[in-house]
Structures are given as C-alpha cells and as structure tokens.
Write a protein of this length. Structure first.
Lengths: 314, 280
C-alpha cells in the first residue's frame, strides 16, 4: 500500500517496491522549459554531428502502430530496420522494431538472426482502459510470441484520481508478467497535466520495476517535448541517486527531424551523462525520423542535398 | 513639406508563400548609379535554397493536379496584379540605373508575357499530346507531364521580364520553381514576391531568392530533389561547371532565355507515353 505525504521539500512516497521512501521533488516549470529549450538548441557540427546521427539511428525503435498494419508492411519495416540506408551498408541497424501484439511473430521472424529487438505494445494500448487480467494476459502473450521488450501504458485514470497504489501495483504485476523481457512504461505525458505529475508518474513507474520509462503513445497531438524529456531525465537521475538503479528513457511521438534528435541527445547527455547515450538506455520511438536521419547522413557523406522521395515510406 | 517619417521597405526572400529574411542574416547593399544606398536586400544562402526546394516539392504535386485552365486563370491574375504594380516596379528599375523608357517597356513586356503563358496553359496538351498509330491492338497516348521542381537562374540584368519570363512558362506547365536573381534585378525580384503572393498562386509554387548566382546555383545543380535547372541567366564562367554537376544526377539543364514559344513550354515538361492494352 503506497502512501504519499507532502512536506516542504516535496512529496514522499512510502510503501513502493524499493527499500527506502522515495522523495519526489517539486518542479520549477519555467526553469525546466528554459533549460530544455537551451539544451535542445545546441549547435552540433561536422564529425560530432555525424556521430550523433549514427547514434540516433542505432537508438531508433522503428514503429508502426496503425489499424491498417499488415504482415507485409511489418516485413517492409523490418527490412528498413535492418538496413536503414540501402546505399550505405556500414550504417548500423536500428535498436528495435515496435509493433502490435498480433504482429510480433511476423516481426520476430523478419529480424531473426540480427541484433534488432522486437518490441510489442500490450495492455490495452493506447488507453489502458481494460481489466487488469486482460492486460496481463496480453503482455504474457506478447512475450510468448517472442517479444524482447513490452511497452505498456500507465493507468492514467488511476493516477489522476489519486489511486497511486493501483498505478504502482499494476506496473509491478506487469513486470512479473514480462519475466525476462524488458518492460517499458508509457506515461502518456500529454494527459498528465503538469510537470510535477510527470515526475510523480516517472517515480512510481520506476519504483514499480520499469526498465524504461517512455513519454507517449504517439496517439495524442502532444507527445515528446523537450521540457518533458528533461523532466523525465531528471527523475531518472534522482531515482538513480536514491536507489542506485539504472532506468532507461524512451522518447516517442513528435520526434520527426534529425535536428530534434540531436537536440535530445544533448539534453540527455547533459542530464544523465554520456552513459545514457546507448541503445540499452535511450531510445527514440519513431517512424518518420529514420528517413530524415538517413537523408542527413547522406548529405554529410556526399555534400549534395538528397531526394527524400528516394527513400521508402511505409 | 511632409512631417511623416519615411517608411522604408525591407527587401526579403519569398519562400513557401512567406517572406523570410535570409537564414544567414546576410544582406547585399543595392546602390543607385551615383552610389546612393537604396536598400539592403536579403542575400540567400544554401540553407535558404534547401528550404525553398523543400517548399517547392511540397507544393508541386497539388499544383500539377489543378486543371490547366485553373493554372491559366492564376497566371492571368499575376498579369493583373503586375499591371497594378507597374509604376512601383519601373521605379525600382530606374533607381538602379535603367532608363525610364526601358524600365517601362520591361514591365509591360512582363505583363504581356504573363498573359501569353496564361493563354498557353490549356492549349499545351492539344499542341503536343497525341494518339499515336502503333502496330498492335493498343491505344497509345502521349501526354505532357511537368518536370517537377525547376531551379531558374534568372539574368541579373533582365529586369522583371528576366524573372517572370522563366517563372511563368515553368508554372504554366505545372512545375514548382525556385528562381534566383541578384544584382540590378534584386529589388524587383523581391517585390515580385508580393505580386505572386497576392495572385492566388499557392504557397511554395513560386519561390524567389535574391542572391549571388555563383554561390547558390551549384547547390541547386547538385540538389537531387531538383528535376531541372534553367541556366538562362547563369554567369558564363560557371555554366559549364553547372552542366557537369547536372550530369551527375541526371537533371535536365536548359537555357530558354524566356522566349515566348512552344520550345520554351516544352523545355519545362516531358512527354509521357502510355500503352493501353485494348483497341478502340
């Protein structure tokens, strides 16, 4: 049973699945926005830019989450995941492909024998509004089908009505259900209302055992933004300081251009350190971002502006 | 004597239907023949080229999808608005040293040219499209399709007609354009953005960059997403290099010099032939 009490230094969470009470410090929204804006507008040039672009490619979770997804579309996407630029075979594959549960087996087959992981959304994505046993069953099924990583949604309805223990216990149950697979918890920050709520949700999700916390489903108009990314990065850092545990960050939705990606890398490196600049701890959930990264790398390589229409779209 | 404070115009670029300053923040001073400063005109950089090509690519498909009749109407609208701005444009040419009679004749020729290409829009297909006799049970049709995104090197000394003489035939055929002009044509090129912006031309179909040909044209010639470059106004010293660059990416290079004839119209489009597997 979680209890949350508020004192002059913020909120204290007790009864969570870590040894000590967790402190959730208040957020200065204006300072957060200012600092985030400054970090993401940092100018990255030449060899650092190329390195950043290549790292961004390696950190992409190439995603398709549409009602119109077909096995063929998933296979086409997996081909792009394995070889992001057909003209440059030295470019590494992306980190993972992310699909709906029904297509996990197809994706698993398409990337077999490669380092590319298969991630599946599960647990009544994107709303999360179904009964717990159904959500857990969906999670187990995705893992049985071969998903290496499972992306679940946090119960915003419970969080916003103050039932923190429900939020916590559901994520903890999901963590048990995924077994050895990685659990990524989507906070859907566009629905949380304030940065303080984002921080609280991050802390509960991490305390309940999430391996990665993720900004959004990508189904809302407002998804990953620099202030939210900074807020979650700071939560990960503070959680690490209090518990010694390492949690990853995934930014999903709204990251479409290489320039945005480089900005977020700078933000994460400044907040969490360069240890986080690896696909094990940092991901971009995106579909259109990959093509822009490839186009920018082509420009860096050839010195000529490339044709966007030369690359496949799914 | 009037007490009013002079309202001086900022001469900016025209990209995607908006009037941005150059991304590089650079400007070029334009002076009268006696050395008086007339204005600081925005100097486009390679990143403005990049933005303009992106805007053109985004606008081209729906522009080409309009009926030729509608494109003709919009070209005629350009002529109408241009007529209303004739005195301003002639004044901007005179200010940089063009004799008054020549300046006036240039603007009038530009208006007449816009009317010419307005009328051409819905005739092109009849003139060059055809049903071809073939030895088999096929319906064989040749029709006109636009090139796509065209870069236009407009002559610095060509005045208003130097710019519109290339822009009008290109958009008539359904292309989106990125036109570059500088030097004595800089003031009128910048003002032409205001003409185009108020003529129902969708944003991005016409993009006007004031700047240095030698700096900008190589980027356009190299750009994989530009389908054609018209080198009518390219400085003689760099034309050969530009043609070599276009060979790298199979871009069409032309030099129409704004002539009002079918050959110019055909320079901005290609013939596509389809074999329909049925006889009629």
């Amino acid at each position: 049973m979680i209890t949350a009490s508020r004192d002059s230094r913020g909120i204290v969470l007790e009864g969570v699945a870590v040894d000590t009470p967790l402190r959730v410090q208040p957020v200065d929204a204006l300072a957060l926005q200012e600092r985030a804006a400054r970090l993401v507008s940092r100018s990255v040039k030449r060899e650092s830019k190329v390195a950043g672009l290549e790292l961004s490619v390696r950190c992409v979770d190439l995603t398709t989450l549409e009602g119109a997804d077909t096995p063929g579309k998933v296979r086409a996407m997996c081909a792009r995941a394995l070889r992001p630029d057909p003209d440059d075979l030295s470019l590494h594959p992306v980190a993972a492909v992310c699909v709906y549960g029904a297509l996990v087996a197809e994706a698993r087959d398409a990337v077999a024998g490669s380092p590319v992981k298969v991630a599946s959304v599960a647990g009544a994505f994107p709303s999360g509004q179904s009964h717990l046993h159904e959500r857990l069953e969906e999670i187990r099924r995705a893992v049985d089908d071969g998903a290496h990583e499972v992306d679940i949604v946090l119960n915003r309805g419970a969080l916003l009505s103050g039932r923190l223990d429900v939020v916590h216990d559901e994520i903890a149950a999901a963590k048990q259900a995924v077994g050895h697979a990685h659990l990524k918890t989507i906070l859907e920050t566009g629905e949380l209302g304030s940065y303080e709520m984002v921080r609280l949700a991050s802390m509960i999700a991490m305390a309940a055992g999430s391996d990665v916390i993720k900004t959004s489903t990508g189904k809302l108009p407002v998804s990953a933004t620099p202030p939210v990314a900074l807020c979650m990065s700071e939560a990960i850092r503070d959680f690490g300081e209090q518990t010694g545990r390492v949690v990853g960050l995934k930014l999903a939705g709204g990251v479409r251009t290489a320039k945005q990606a480089l900005g977020y890398l700078a933000l994460v490196a400044e907040t969490l350190g360069t240890d986080w600049l690896t696909p094990d701890r940092f991901r971009f959930g995106a579909s259109t971002l990959l093509n822009d990264l490839v186009l920018q790398l082509r420009f860096q390589r050839t010195g000529r502006y490339p044709r966007p229409g030369d690359l496949p779209v799914d | 004597m009037s007490d009013r404070v002079e309202v001086r115009k900022t001469y900016k670029l025209f990209i995607g239907g908006a009037f941005p300053r150059s991304e590089s923040a650079r400007t070029t001073a334009v002076t009268a023949p006696d050395g008086t400063l007339l204005a600081h005109v925005a100097t486009a950089s390679r990143k403005d080229v990049r933005d303009a090509v992106r805007a053109a690519r985004g606008a081209q498909e729906s522009w080409a999808g309009r009926t030729p009749y509608n494109r003709g109407q919009i070209l005629y609208r350009i002529a109408e608005v241009l007529e209303g701005r004739a005195a301003q444009l002639a004044g901007e040419l005179e200010a940089v040293g063009v004799p008054a009679a020549e300046a006036r004749a240039d603007v009038e020729a530009a208006v007449d040219g816009a009317v010419y290409w307005a009328g051409f829009a819905d005739k092109l297909e009849q003139l060059v499209g055809s049903v071809n006799p073939v030895a088999g049970p096929f319906l064989n049709l040749s029709s006109v399709v636009p090139m796509g995104v065209c870069a236009l090197a407009c002559p610095d000394t060509g005045g208003v007609r130097g710019v519109l003489g290339l822009v009008c035939p290109a958009i008539m055929a359904g292309n989106a354009v990125v036109a570059v002009a500088g030097g004595p044509a800089a003031l009128v090129t910048s003002t032409l953005g205001e003409v185009v912006a108020t003529s129902d031309v969708p944003g991005g179909v016409v993009n006007l960059l004031t700047g240095d040909h030698a700096q900008l044209l190589p980027w356009l010639a190299d750009h994989d997403d530009v389908d054609q470059i018209d080198l009518s106004g390219a400085p003689a010293g760099i034309a050969a290099d530009l043609r070599a660059r276009t060979a790298e990416n199979l871009k069409r290079a032309s030099a129409t010099h704004g002539a009002e004839d079918l050959r110019t119209a055909m320079a901005f489009c290609e013939i596509r032939t389809v074999w329909h597997p049925a006889s009629i």
